[in-house]
Design a protein around this ligand. Sequence first.
Ligand SMILES: Nc1ncnc2c1ncn2[C@@H]1O[C@H](COP(=O)(O)OP(=O)(O)OP(=O)(O)O)[C@@H](O)[C@H]1O
Length: 255
Amino acid sequence: MTKQSETILETRNVKLWYGDKEALHGIDLDFNSKGITALIGPSGSGKTTYLRALNRMHDLEENVTVTGSFNLLGKDIYAPTMDTVDLRKRVGMVFQQPNPFPFSIYDNVAFGLRLAGVKDKKVLDQAVEESLRAASVWDEVKDDLNKSALGLSGGQQQRVSIARVLATKPDVLLLDEPTSALDPVSSHNIEETLLSLRDKYAMIIVTHSLSQASRISDKTAFFLSGNLVEYGDTRKIFLEPEKKETADYISGRFG
Ligand SMILES: Nc1ncnc2c1ncn2[C@@H]1O[C@H](COP(=O)(O)OP(=O)(O)OP(=O)(O)O)[C@@H](O)[C@H]1O
């Protein structure tokens, strides 16, 4: 990371239950305002569960209980007064499957701004271009902005999904295995896009790919059975992990 960064998001003693099954057992993690944090760990270790708690996606499910503190720049994410639409603009989510809406590329990227009441065409045009440029897909789509986003390749759709999130000027981007449905070239393009954004945003990425985590992340958090086993600089986690479980996972002994 080249720029100075501060803590933007602090979580403490995060516990989460699906019904009466405790899936997270008290996670403490802080995130810098710039840079990429990878959440790694075997299947079922709680990575996605934790990620979705960060922008209250579990509110949409029944029977989920979340406790602990979630502090986004001094504001309690779970405060009853928190507007979840606003929260999800500030803490945007990119999913595993590219998920463009079935309308034009332009309308996809302008969606969040229009929802926020922006009508001025000049403002929208500028935000759409800036966001598509930031997501490294502008050159490929600039002549087709009025065509359906569903006609794009999976990799282009995923970069348009990233542009859609960037358009609302988030503080934090959550990325849930954003390349796992993509071919190697498209995955590489997404990684390059994320690297180009690391000096501007806090990004938290769930990934099953240890090579991806080591290539692109500044920090790595290793989850196991609903616990955070180890967290630190990615180089340190990969080269000199402190815990045996981390070393075993990194070296491919399980998971
Ligand atoms: N909607 C749900 N209802 C009940 N249990 C769930 C639900 N979603 C996840 N779980 C359970 O919570 C635990 C953590 O799952 P989670 O999906 O967060 O793990 P993960 O590390 O992201 O796994 P993966 O890498 O396979 O996506 C698992 O035991 C899982 O079975």
